[in-house]
Design a binder for this molecule. Sequence first.
Ligand code: MSP
Length: 518
Amino acid sequence: MKFYITTPIYYVNDIPHIGHAYTTVAADTVARYKRFRGFKVFFLTGTDEHGQKVQQAAEKRGVAPDRHADEFYIAFKGLWQKLNISNDDFIRTTEDRHKRVVQDVLQRLFEKGDIYKENYEGWYCLSDERFWMERDLKEGNCPDCNRKVEYIKEWNYFFRMSKYQNWLIQYIKDNPKFIMPESKCNEVLGFLEKPLGDLCISRPKERLSWGIPLPFDENYITYVWFDALVNYISAIGFGYNKDKFEEWWPADRHLIGKDILTTHSVYWSTMLMALELPLSKNIFAHGWWTVNGEKMSKSKGNFVNPNEIIDKYGVDQFRYFLLREVPFGLDGDFSRRVIVGRINSDLANNLGNLLSRVLNMVKRYFDSIVPPPSEIKDDDSLLIKKVEEIIEDIEPLMDSLSFSRVLTKIWGFIDETNRYVDHSAPWALAKSDVNRERLGTVIYNSAESLRIIGLLIYPFMPNTGREIWNQLGIKDRIENCNFEEAKKWGGIKSGVEIKIGKQLFPRVEEKMDTGGKS
Ligand code: MSP
């Protein structure tokens, strides 16, 4: 069982922001969950380093584009380390292994007659780096970014994308899970109702030099998207490592933001068709983050730097917030008030308190040794039934990337365990030796619930899952556990010595008048 998941490769024209962190954390959570489920996972991320955006950013700083890319890619790599991202590879489009595959792909399509040269005349959006038909323009501006477009006349190379239009429409209709969520699938089908033009895949060197040269014409470089999309196959050996490529292709999931849905579902799919390769199994487009209700931008001063959020609130707090706050697929709004609210209520009050109260009772009543359970009563059976139900529910929800619903379910169980403790009142049981066995059962069940909670939240919050297991005295490494076994009730061994450690989630006291700004 293999599972190949990707994030978009990020432009190195600037430092990473919350949108980049979002896709990567989501992909990491899926990758960790799939590994748990026994899949052999390949998780790919990387940086998109060619093209106009990057060339312009370098020019602005007065450095060469390769040097600029070297400096900025580190910001992404560093952030992924800080966020505990478990990617198996990191591809840069400036690496030789990538450039060679892009040229190989171009050569194959050229020889096949799917790439041809033509004198082009039309509108061009500098910012999006793409051509538009007159009819696409919105009040004379780019329909995507609303910026001014330029009229351009030049010879260029084109990919015969139109040839694959009907085939693609049929494929999408036959495979309803190919593009998700469903609304996005309909959007793409709507887009495909209009005739699909051919895709201009070259840029004359005199206009843009920062890119991969066309193998059949050195006066041109490759259009940045035709270069970038190939990363999904260049990283796994297309054309140079047959075994590796066959092991991983097709990709099981491309996670992307909604703005790059057309490039993935239309450009990439038709490129794959032309290469006679199977299409990726699924493209999932998530929504966009605004900040305090506004589009995020440096000029507005509401740019959210993930590094700063992590330093202030913590890695797992940030990961939890991103996936809990907004259903994956919809747009969301970032505000410090909301993240602080989540930390103080869901994390500190509900989960953090549960761990500390249970561990303190193990310490106080049983000298830090987890006691054995004895006779099971209705309350206990209910608790066990509840967790078994939740585990059942989680699997399909994870498959549809309903992270927020999964977390809501897990927190439902945290609340249930808190109620179980309150209701069983161990402090009252501890007053008399007659109730010693019952006290042991309640404490055992509470500790066991926490073990399972640690297990379930691990893909979302790896440090927290690991820390809960450590404090419970569990010796096994959580990342190596077999989920099928570990999810069964009764995994914590009585006789184990707990290790009370640091408080999981300190409460955040913060004046809330700064909005998204630091
Ligand atoms: N380089 C291309 C992708 C090539 S993939 C073969 C690119 N890069 S990007 O850095 O501009 O954007 C990367 C991802 O970040 C996209 O999925 C985009 O949707 C996402 N986001 C950018 N801003 C965002 C928000 N404000 N909110 C959520 N995601 C956002 O596009």
